[in-house]
Design a protein around this ligand. Sequence first.
Ligand code: GLU
Length: 286
Amino acid sequence: MTFTTRFAPSPTGPLHLGHAYSALLAHDMAVAEGGTFLLRIEDIDQSRARPAWEAQIYEDLHWLGLSWPQPVMRQSDRLPRYRAALDQLTALGLTYPCRCNRTDIEAAAGAPQEGVPQFGPDGRIYPGTCRNRPASEASDRDVIRLNMEKAVRAGDLRSFTETGPQFEGKHQLDPEQLIPTVGDIILVRRSMGSSYHLSVVVDDADQGITHAVRGADLFEATQIHVLLQSLLDLPTPVYHHHRLIRDENGKRLAKRDDARAIAKYRTEGATPQDIREMVGLPLLSG
Ligand code: GLU
C-alpha cells in the first residue's frame, strides 16, 4: 500500500508555526516513503469557516514549498457521506438524539467526585440524560450521540499502531477506558450535519490515508476514531502524533496567535527554510 498522508486544517484563522510543522512533517514523511501528501479542508463548522482563510491556507502551503494532488477534499461538500455513516451507526442501534445544552449537562453531572473524570477527549463526559430516547425522535434541535456502552460491545475492539515518539507502540481499545473516560461522544453537532470525529474517520478512509500525521493533542481522540472505524468497517491507519510547537511560555499555539502566523513571518522577509529551522525540521537541500 502506498504511504498516503494528509494535512487537514480548518479554515477558521491563519496557519501558524504549529500548522507549518504539521504540514511539513507529513509532507517530508510522504516524500521519504515515496508516498502521497494530501490536503483536506476541514470546514464542517460553517459558522467559523471563511473562504479567505481557505485561500490563505493554499497560499501559505505553496509558499512553504508544498504541493498536493487536486481536487482538494472539502468537508462541506461531503455531508451526504457523513449522513450515510451516521445511518449505518443508527441501524446498529448505537445512536440517540440528545437535547441537553451545556447548562443541562453541568447540572446533571452534579458535583465532581474524587477519582471520576469529568472531561474526556470530546469535552465534558455526558451524564446520559437522553440515552434512552429513540433515534426516531431526532430533530434539528438535537445533537446525535454514540451510546458508548453499546458501541464497545458492537465494535471489534482493535488496536492501532502509533509511530510518534511520545506514544510509540501498539495501543489496544479498552472498554474500561472508553466508557468512563470518553463516554457518549457527539456524532452530529447542531446545524453542522456531522462532527469532527465522524468526518475525520470517514474522510481518512475515503482518501485512503495509511498514515495519519497530526498533533499530540489529538492522541486521546484516536481511540474514538479507531472505535468508529471498527463500527463502520473501515481500515485503521497508522497514527503519528507529533510534538506541539509552543510559545516561549510553553503554551501551545492557537489560531488567534497571529504573532506566529506564517503570513506574518513571510511579510517580515522570512524564508521557508527559516520556518523549517524555527520548528526544528531538517532543511531541504538544493
Ligand atoms: N482539523 C484538525 C485541526 O485543525 C486536524 C484533524 C486531524 O488531523 O485529524 O486540528
